[in-house]
Design a binder for this molecule. Structure first.
Ligand SMILES: [Ca+2]
Ligand SMILES: [Ca+2]
Ligand SMILES: [Ca+2]
Length: 502
């Protein structure tokens, strides 16, 4: 690159508080109300000097270099105006540089030495050519107090595309269209834990049915006391962060890969949470001809996107409750279609009345109990892997079950298939309905959710006959309260459940 002097247009009002463009000590390059044009491939070096733009800065092919050993603030980029750089190079022999205003990079942000602190501001990488170069453990963009790097790109069937070299690689056979990618650096407080100091928000225009793969790259310097080998992906689609399964960590090349992503949202990395692979059937919607449950609530848009159990006064210890889903997961059909919400508890083996943790979860037609992405094994973020709890599964108008034995959360992902093995359930086959086809399910008809099917349930359902919606009297979960619910799904079970209260 040539090292020409930069040119000033006649209208420039340029104040240099220092003797030259290469300034030493507490100096500023100030643009006050006019144009400063850096033409050609020229290089402008700011040695411990601030770049303050209160006018207009144009750089067609030039490079601005922040050098020196002064504090970040002595190498700040600020002023009232957004500055658009062609190339910006951070090359501090000590300390770093910081933003005090948003900037745009049309070509390269070159990280040579020292950090660049976003300091609450935004770097926009130009959509085609803007990219980060040479970012490393010792020279990287940071942002403990907020701010972001962002880029909008068009992604059509991307194959391991890492837009702007921002550190997130995306693959999908689909056309995602114009996609906004934002990288931020404050750690996320994840249900009592702390993430690494990096997160990505990925927002494609076409954001559904992507079958996408994500590689989330990180730097060791961002680990924030996390043990690298424990890292797993966390995502946030609504207010809740959760820890989807099926990820691969490559600690040598510093990335976590997640496959089978239906739609993108916000992501970070943190220690993996304990997970459970659970399967359970509900007698109400169970269809013996298919061996699965029906999903009429979903197909008639009645499954709420916020869990129903808080409103029903179920007790959530710790930080559970209020789980929400993105409505996109409810488009899934087939065996993995969502039937309804269930309520999963971890109970103390020493005293089963003590609930250690509780989560609302989603139930698929084939009985899989899954997390908020509609497909991953259920995670318990706030629970230590040293716990050996008893699992219970409850549903708002069925009688809950308690596992007969504890699970060891430190040993992989425990598998409990309550749909085929009554010996896994406290009380055995008597605590379930035997469908006669090899499958067993939760006993239906507990209108008021008190753990028993009684006359009060029958009377309440009777007075609701003919109503429709997401209702406690809709025992078979087809969206209507009918004689079927009363005569087939409730009445035969009267008296069930009392012996299993816990
Ligand atoms: Ca399934
Ligand atoms: Ca009841
Ligand atoms: Ca019904």
């Amino acid at each position: 690159m040539k090292n020409n002097k930069f040119l000033l247009y006649p209208l420039v009002l340029l104040s240099l508080f220092g003797s030259s463009i290469i300034g030493y000590g507490q100096t500023q390059l100030r643009i006050e109300g006019g144009h400063l044009v850096q033409s050609g491939g020229s290089q402008m070096v700011l040695q411990n000097a601030e770049f303050i733009n209160n006018g207009t800065f144009e750089s067609t092919l030039g490079t601005v270099v922040m050098m020196g050993d002064g504090s970040d603030a002595q190498s700040a980029i600020g002023g009232d105006s957004l500055s658009t750089f062609y190339n910006l190079q951070i090359n501090k022999s000590a300390n770093g540089a910081q933003l005090q205003q948003n900037i745009q990079i049309n070509n390269e942000l070159v990280m040579t030495s020292g950090t660049l602190d976003l300091n609450g501001d935004t770097i926009t990488l130009e959509s085609v050519n803007g990219n980060i170069v040479n970012e490393s453990e010792s020279s990287r963009v940071i942002g403990p107090s907020g701010g972001m790097i962002q880029k909008t790109v068009t992604l059509n069937a991307p194959s391991n595309e890492n837009p702007g070299n921002m550190g997130v690689s995306i693959s999908s056979s689909q056309d995602l269209g114009s996609t906004l990618i934002q990288r931020a650096h404050p750690a996320q407080g994840l249900n009592g834990g702390n993430s690494i100091e990096r997160s990505f928000t990925i927002a494609p225009t076409n954001n559904g049915d992507l079958g996408a793969t994500l590689r989330f790259y990180y730097l060791d310097a961002e680990l924030n006391s996390n043990t690298e080998s424990d890292l797993g992906p966390w995502r946030q689609d609504s207010a809740f962060w959760y820890n989807p399964a099926s990820a691969n960590l490559d600690a040598t090349n510093n990335y976590v890969q997640v496959d089978s992503i239906d739609f993108f949202s916000r992501w970070t990395l943190a220690a993996s949470a304990p997970k459970l692979e659970l399967n359970v059937l509900l007698a109400g919607p169970y269809d013996s001809s298919s061996g699965e449950m029906t999903d009429d609530l979903r197909s008639t848009d009645l499954v709420p996107t916020t869990e129903p159990y808080t409103a029903l006064s179920y007790d959530y210890p710790a930080s559970g409750g209020g789980e929400q889903i993105d409505a996109r997961i409810l488009v899934q059909t087939g065996s993995n279609a969502i039937v309804d919400w269930v309520f999963v508890e971890l109970r103390s083996s020493a005293d089963v009345s003590t609930v250690i943790a509780a989560r609302a979860a989603l139930l698929q037609k084939d009985g899989d109990v899954v997390d908020l992405d509609g497909r991953s094994n259920l995670s318990f973020p706030e629970i230590a892997t040293t716990e050996t709890p008893l699992i219970s599964i409850r549903h708002r108008n069925h009688i809950g079950i308690l596992a007969a034995s504890t699970v060891d959360l430190s040993n992989g992902t425990p598998v409990l298939d309550f749909s085929t093995d009554p010996s896994l359930v406290e009380g055995g086959a008597a605590a379930l309905l035997d469908f006669g086809d090899g499958n067993y399910g939760l006993i239906s008809g507990d209108f008021d959710g008190d753990g028993q099917v009684q006359n009060t349930d029958r009377n309440a359902l009777t007075s609701n006959l003919g109503t429709s919606g997401y209702l406690p009297g809709d025992i078979d979960l087809n969206g209507q309260v009918q004689n079927t619910d009363l005569q087939i799904k409730l009445t035969p079970n009267l008296g069930r459940g009392a012996q299993f209260s816990y």
